[in-house]
Design a protein around this ligand. Structure first.
Ligand code: NAP
Length: 338
């Protein structure tokens, strides 16, 4: 099969497209999926650059990729809810899911049936970002109708899903974006939009129930005062600049540990400030999140926002674009039509 190979930690220059051995036949509980589309997520370039060495599955040369949409091609023993020919989408593992390939083999629990009303590219584009939003807003907290929520980075992969999800539960949505994306975020459903470069946002916001820092670099200490008593600040916590700064302080292998220590310390301080909460979200491929995403797509409550589709051979360009940290929805690699 054709696949993207990472020869060693580094940037796009360490990637090549090559002919490799076919994905393994599925073992008990697994399925093999013919990948039609896979999305680009910031974790992909971060894993390629060596910032997450502890995630399993990084023997070089490795096939990067996190999530995908495709068609089940073979089914292992014990799999009862999927069969060959089913169109599915799923998340295998952040950055180490080996989805930038024509076939991938993984646990059947990582996949759910794709709704008919969306293409493979559309389904692939919402998986990792969708589970992250649902982990934050439907599991760490339960966002409710009428609550005031501020989302930073409303135009990106995580943010564009979050804006739509929050509106679908009836929350009042405020969101930030770069000047060029304000109209896009408004059209997604944000009732108030703010240019993140347009002055001190923390000084302009107040009375919020929830802050969801999809961008992942807001200074929580400053933004806590924008929350009502009992409000929650939840961050994806790993924006590029924050990650580089932490890597310099703690080392490239331990920066995430440093980030968690910072969050725990802040969380303890915030509890003492009128029971405010601070948390870092880790998007996880829980079957209930995958089923929830399928339902949101099927009902049209969330629509995939695709910025650009690349052929497999353009992986280096796609990864470089993903690394800019600016987006209008998602970038997707297409491996087969449909
Ligand atoms: N913890 C987890 O489980 C988890 C899961 C998914 C993602 N993440 C992390 O979350 C972050 C966002 O992911 P993504 O997929 O949404 O990335 P993305 O698609 O590249 O989007 C990045 C967003 O950040 C916005 N942004 C850039 N500079 C900003 C600033 N100064 N203030 C506010 N917003 C700014 C961009 O806005 P404009 O395009 O309008 O400039 C864009 O909306 C990444 O660091 C990613 O690694 C973590």
């Amino acid at each position: 099969m054709r696949a993207v190979l990472l020869d060693g930690y580094g940037g796009a220059e360490r990637l090549r497209v090559a002919q490799v051995a076919d994905a393994a036949a599925p073992r008990r509980g697994q399925v093999r999926v013919r990948v039609h589309a896979a999305s680009l997520n910031p974790i992909d370039w971060k894993v390629c650059a060596g910032y997450f060495p502890l995630i399993p599955g990084q023997r070089m040369p490795m096939i990067p990729g996190s999530d995908c949409s495709g068609v089940v091609d073979a089914v292992g023993d014990g799999v009862t809810d999927l069969k060959s020919g089913d169109a599915v989408f799923g998340l295998i593992s952040g950055g180490c899911g080996h989805t930038f390939a024509e076939f991938v083999t993984a646990s059947a629990k990582r996949f759910v049936r794709k709704p008919d009303n969306v293409s493979h590219a559309e389904a692939a584009s919402v998986v990792l970002v969708g589970v992250t939003v649902l982990e934050a807003l439907a599991r760490i907290i339960t966002l409710r109708a009428g609550q005031r929520l501020f989302i930073s980075g409303g135009a990106g992969g995580v943010g564009s899903f979050a804006v739509q999800y929050a509106r679908s539960v009836g929350a009042r949505v405020l969101a930030s974006a770069g000047a060029a994306n304000l109209e896009f975020v408004h059209a997604l459903g944000a009732q108030e939009v703010y240019d993140y470069a347009g002055g001190d946002l923390a000084a302009q916001l107040n009375g919020l129930d929830v802050i969801f820092d999809a961008f992942g670099e807001l200074d929580a200490r400053r933004y806590l005062a924008c929350l009502k008593p009992g409000g929650a600040f939840i961050s994806t916590g790993s924006g590029g600049r924050t990650m580089h700064a932490l890597a310099q302080r703690y080392g490239k292998h331990l920066w995430l540990f440093g980030a968690l220590v910072d969050v725990l310390r802040l969380s303890w301080q915030a509890r003492r400030q009128e029971r405010r909460r601070v948390a870092m979200v880790f998007g996880q491929p829980r079957p209930e999140h995958l089923a929830h995403i399928a339902q949101l797509l099927a009902s049209g409550a969330v629509k995939a926002q695709i910025a650009q589709v690349y052929p497999l051979d353009d992986i280096a360009r796609a990864l470089g674009d993903a690394q800019t940290g600016h987006a209008r929805g998602k970038r997707v690699i297409e491996l087969a039509n449909g």
